[in-house]
Design a protein. Structure first.
Length: 161
């Protein structure tokens, strides 16, 4: 087995482990209590059981969402070369996306919900509570957008040369 495959697998498993450790800490520390104010007026640690998808959409559809995540993961693995650009941004996005999908999939299958704990707010306005796996997915998406923009800029530069 190539070293890069072993490294990628180990990286994803370590990212997944970190996600699950943080979720377990949230369950043990926050489940039966009030949110913990970390940065007054901006950030709390809270315990939220999300039985839907992002921003609480599709509540109560745990198993269809789990099936969708499993299929998405399989398709990404199968078509990885066409989804992820070459270079460090593409590799990082790929590993983060796998870990994020698996982190929330593990929750849905093992717990029947996704555990969220990061609660950002400004006054009465709250950003939807999220977790480490969600952060992985968001950073991966950002890296893919950045790679796409840089590729377009490079193509424009090559076309004008």
């Amino acid at each position: 087995m190539p070293k890069r495959v072993v490294f990628a697998f180990a990286a994803v498993m370590n990212l997944l482990l970190l996600d699950q450790i943080v979720k377990e800490a949230a369950i043990r520390s926050l489940k039966n209590g009030l949110p913990v104010e970390v940065l007054p007026g901006l950030f709390n640690l809270a315990y939220v059981e999300n039985r839907g998808a992002a921003w609480g959409m599709f509540q109560g559809n745990v198993w269809p969402l789990a099936a969708f995540a499993a299929i998405a993961f399989a398709v990404l693995l199968w078509k990885r070369r066409s989804f992820f650009p070459k270079g460090w941004r593409g590799v990082t996005a790929e590993l983060l996306l796998y870990a994020g999908i698996l982190g929330n999939l593990v929750d849905r299958v093992a717990r029947g919900c996704v555990i969220d704990m990061f609660d950002f707010h400004w006054g009465v306005h709250h950003f939807p509570c999220f977790n480490v796996a969600d952060a992985y997915i968001t950073v991966a998406a950002g890296l893919l957008v950045l790679s796409s923009l840089l590729e377009k800029k490079e193509n424009v530069r090559n076309d004008t040369a």
